[in-house]
Write a protein that binds this ligand. Structure first.
Ligand code: SF4
Length: 349
């Protein structure tokens, strides 16, 4: 996934608790649970954006996992390698605090096209996701999206928890066991077949839209046999559409290389109708309320690297204006800029 979208990565190995309070272990033990909740709410650790998304417009990200907690360790992951590889579901954070943050963002008046569960790993690992979606539905009509790597769709309870979402963007990068291991590096016992069966089951149960994402990596899952296997699996899953993507942002592994636009288009044609290449995001945030640009960017890069162009679109500013306003953050070491394939990205310092 994504995100799958989107760094709390190996480059930024903070837990969410660290981000929340920036506190020492001593402080952590001396504070009451209630006090910790208030600190987390002030630091806005669970909600970020709205950030521009190629698929979801202006997306208010909801991040309900400690960074980075995932059931896969994808070679292309923009969050870096997975230090907490798990398929065990748990209630990670206080529901009320997360809902209060979401409400605050909705009330701020910025354009929000989707409220999206994504962030620091696989959101369906959090057992509160169903109640969170229900809470959002009570407070707003903004569509809810869930970006998932599909691994937990093997679990009936996890599938049930996201039935109230308006759109689910599951990923399936390989339909062969060899390809699945090569690109997604799953924990023992998780197979491509189980995931495909879970996706087929979910399609039967779910009434909303399913946009299946396939991340293609050069030399890893782009061979004719891998594409054929994917096509056969997709025919059984029957998503509303298929979105082909490739490695654009800095990946976990340097050997994860992108496919050319030409090859992506060729594969898209071979996949047939309903398949698209995820296009570069072009919208600009209209009339975004003047806020603290530095704070907004700090929140964005806390989870994943963000390109200069994305920051500019999100804030409704020119690239030059963004570079000027971010200069103090870079000088102070809070964020850093780096160039990947000719594109400037900002990430946590
Ligand atoms: S490791 Fe894979 S599934 Fe997990 S967050 Fe990264 S890209 Fe998504």
């Amino acid at each position: 996934m994504i995100p799958k979208p989107l760094s709390d990565s190996a480059r930024t190995q903070n837990t969410a608790a660290h981000i929340a309070g920036g506190r020492s272990p001593k402080n952590k033990t001396s504070r009451s649970k209630k006090s910790r909740g208030r600190t987390a709410a002030r630091a806005k650790v669970y909600v970020y954006g709205p950030v521009p998304s190629r698929r979801l417009g202006f997306s208010l990200g909801v991040d309900i996992l400690p960074a980075k907690t995932c059931s896969l360790d994808c070679i292309y992951c923009q969050l870096g390698p997975t230090p907490r590889l798990t398929t065990r579901r748990r209630p990670y954070f206080p529901l009320k605090t997360i809902l209060a943050e979401i409400k605050e963002k909705i009330d701020s008046g910025n354009q929000i096209d989707h409220i999206t569960f994504s962030g620091s790993g696989e959101p369906t690992l959090n057992t509160s996701i169903g109640r969170l979606i229900g809470g959002i539905k009570k407070m707003s009509a903004i569509p809810v999206a869930v970006l998932t790597n599909s691994t937990l769709l093997t679990d009936k309870k996890a599938r049930r928890d996201i039935l109230a979402a308006d759109v689910v963007v599951p990923s399936l990068d390989a339909a062969t066991e060899e390809g699945f291991i090569r690109i997604n590096r799953p924990p023992a016992g998780l197979t491509a077949k189980k995931i495909i069966d879970g996706l087929i089951e979910f399609r039967r149960e779910y009434k909303g839209r399913i946009w299946l994402e396939v991340m293609l990596v050069k030399g890893i899952n782009d061979s004719p046999s891998e594409i054929r296997a994917l096509k056969e699996a997709i025919a059984l899953i029957k998503p509303d559409k298929v979105q082909l993507n490739t490695v654009v942002r800095p990946p976990a592994e340097d050997f994860a290389r992108p496919l050319s636009r030409h090859l992506l288009e060729k594969i898209r044609r071979g996949m047939g109708p309903g398949t698209e290449v995820t296009a570069e995001f072009r919208k600009t945030q209209p009339g975004r309320r003047p806020g603290d640009a530095a704070e907004a960017v700090s929140a964005m890069v806390r989870r994943r690297p963000v390109s200069l162009q994305d920051v500019a679109r999100s804030l409704g500013k020119t690239a030059t204006a963004v570079r000027i306003s971010l200069a103090p953050l870079i000088r102070s070491g809070k964020i850093r800029a780096r160039t990947h394939r000719g594109v400037i990205y900002y990430e946590k310092g």
